[in-house]
Design a protein around this ligand. Structure first.
Ligand SMILES: *[C@@H]1O[C@H](CO)[C@@H](O)[C@H](O)[C@H]1NC(C)=O
Ligand SMILES: *[C@@H]1O[C@H](CO)[C@@H](O)[C@H](O)[C@H]1NC(C)=O
Length: 184
């Protein structure tokens, strides 16, 4: 009688233990399927980078002691949350935000290392994003930047962005046209 209730207790105890998956050497937990489905998307928008004024969208968070004396501002690091709009007009429809950071990363020219997430907030890509990481030689007429990934409809994205300055002023505010081509 005592043995029976002991084993019943053991059964109940085991049933209450959390289940932990065990790796089976013959059946690893990997699944594959072939997918040929790829889409090429072209997106155009304008990027508004505003380091000046009372409500800047780009703020300097770090610099080297020598940065202020560098003609290329070498060593400055800025965090940005820049609006993306449909047309060059800052009051035109906002379609997203570019968020992340860029750093002045060249001693030879004004060039940025950009590491930004372009998060779409309207239209058919609302909720999806692309990520751009690369060198942006801002004095060149057209700069090519690599698209290295994305989320939402842009999962697995790879591609390139052609960036071209539309306007800029002496305090560093710039409006830049983007023409992005991605495969996803
Ligand atoms: C974008 O998506 C969010 C979340 O689904 C929604 O709240 C918002 O209204 C959408 N915006 C536009 C402009 O469609
Ligand atoms: C955008 O880029 C694509 C692909 O590089 C090109 O075919 C198209 O002409 C460009 N559009 C503009 C407005 O520059």
């Amino acid at each position: 009688m005592a043995n029976l209730s002991n084993s019943l207790f053991l059964v109940l105890l085991l049933a209450a233990l959390p289940w932990t998956p065990t790796l089976n050497a013959k059946k690893p937990l990997i699944s594959r399927h072939d997918s040929q489905k790829q889409t090429v998307t072209n997106i155009q928008f304008y990027f508004h980078d505003t380091p000046s004024g009372n409500t800047p969208s780009a703020i300097k968070v770090a610099e080297a002691p020598s940065s202020a004396n560098s003609p290329t501002l070498f060593g400055n690091v800025l965090i940005v949350d820049d609006p993306l709009t449909e047309t060059p007009d800052p009051k035109s429809k906002e379609v997203g935000r570019a968020q992340g950071l860029y750093a002045m990363a060249s001693q030879q020219e004004l060039a940025l290392l950009m590491t930004l997430t372009y998060q779409f907030t309207a239209g058919e890509f609302n909720g999806s994003s692309i990520v751009i990481v690369g060198k942006n030689s801002v004095m060149h007429k057209v700069r090519e930047l690599p698209v290295v990934g994305g989320t939402g409809v842009f999962r697995f994205a790879r591609g390139y962005a052609l960036a071209s300055t539309y306007s800029f002023n002496t305090v560093g505010d710039a409006i830049v046209g983007y023409n992005v081509t991605v495969i996803h």
